[in-house]
Ligand binder design. Sequence first.
Ligand code: GLA
Length: 399
Amino acid sequence: MPVSTATTAFLHAHPSRVAQELFHERTGGAASHVVYAPGRVNLIGEHTDYTGGFVLPMAIEPGLYLAARVRADRRVRVWSALRPEEPAEFAVDAPVPPGKPAWSNYVRGVIAGLQAAGASVPGFDAVVHATLPGGGGLSSSAALEVATATLGELLAGITLDPEQKALLCQKAEHEFAGTPCGIMDQFAVVFGKRGHLLLLDCQSRVRTLVPMRGDDVALLVINTMVRHELNDGGYRARRDDCLEAARLLGVRELRDATATSVDEARALLPERIFRRARHVTTENVRTLAAVEALRAGEWRQLGVLMGASHDSLRDDFNVSCAELDAIVAAARELGPERGVFGCRMTGGGFGGCCIALVQAARVREVEDALRASYLAATGIEPVIFATQPADGPAVLLQP
Ligand code: GLA
C-alpha cells in the first residue's frame, strides 16, 4: 500500500509538526508520540443511531492531533491549543474522575475507560491541535476521544478491539461529558476508510463499507458558524421521545417499527411522539435507499433523499434551525441544474453544518453562490470546504 502510506504522510505532515511545536512551547521538551483521529460527517441517517437504526457517515480528514510524552510521576497534563491558559491536570494512580476544564472530560473519560479495561496508563503531557472546528457538528468530541484512546493504547502497550475502542469512547461521552449520544460518531471515526461511507446497522452493529464512486461529484461541508451543544437538553429530549414512542408502539427499539406501523398507530400516539417516530422510521428507509443510489451513482436520487431527510429533521424532529434552513434553501434554489443534487443538515443539529452533494465541475461556483446567499440571509460568513471520505485514526510518531 505504498500510495496510501505516502498520502497519509503528506496529509498529516504539517498539522503533526504544528502539534509538536505547540508541545515544545508548553513543556520545553520534545514530543515522543503524535496520534491523529479524524472528524466525521454524516451523509444521511440522522437521529436514528440511538434507536437502533441505520446511519451512513464517513470520516473526514480535518481532525485532531495529539502530541505527547510520558511523565514519570503518574500525572497527566493536557493543553488544548485553543485554550492553552487552561490545561487539564489529573493523576492516574487512582481511577480518573470527571473534572475541569469541561473539554478535558473527553480525555478523562477515555483514560478512566482504559483503566477500567485493566490498562495501566502512565502519566503523560499532551497538547491537542485541531484542524476541525469545535462545536461545529463534525464530531470534534469523538475525534478527541478516539485520539486519546489511540494514545492510551500506545502508552499502556495494549491494543483494543476496534469495536470495544469505539464503545469505550461512547461511554466516556455518556458518563463524563453528559451527552447521551448514540454510536455513530465513534464508529465513523474508528472505522473510517478512504473512499468509503460506512453503513452501520446500529442495532446489530454490522458495518458495511460503501464506496463513494465517481469523480463527477463532490461533497461540500457548509458550516453555519452557529455553535451547537448537545448536552443542553434538546438532544436528550429527542432521545426520550423516541424511547416513549417505542414503548407506546410496543417495540423494543424504534428500529423495530416501520413507517406503516407508525401511521397505523397514529391515534394512539401524542402528536409530538408520532412525528418523532415518523422521522426515525422514514429516515431508516431513506438511508437504505441512499446506499442503493450511491452504489448506482444515481446522484439526483441521492440528492432527493438528502432533501427529504432535511425536511423530516426540520418538521418532524425539530432539530434544525434558521441558519441550517437558510443554507438548504439556497442549495435548493440552485438545484441540479446549477450543480447541487442535494443538501441537508448533518449531525445533531441546532446549528453546526450542512452537507451538500455537488457536481464536481461546479464546486467553486456553488461555493460562491451558497456563501453569498447565506451571508445575505443571516449576516454570517460561513466556512465551506470540499471533503471526501478519509481513513480512521493513525499513529504518526512513536519512539
Ligand atoms: C450526534 C450524536 C450521534 C447522533 C447524531 C444525530 O452527533 O453524537 O450519536 O445521534 O447526533 O444523528
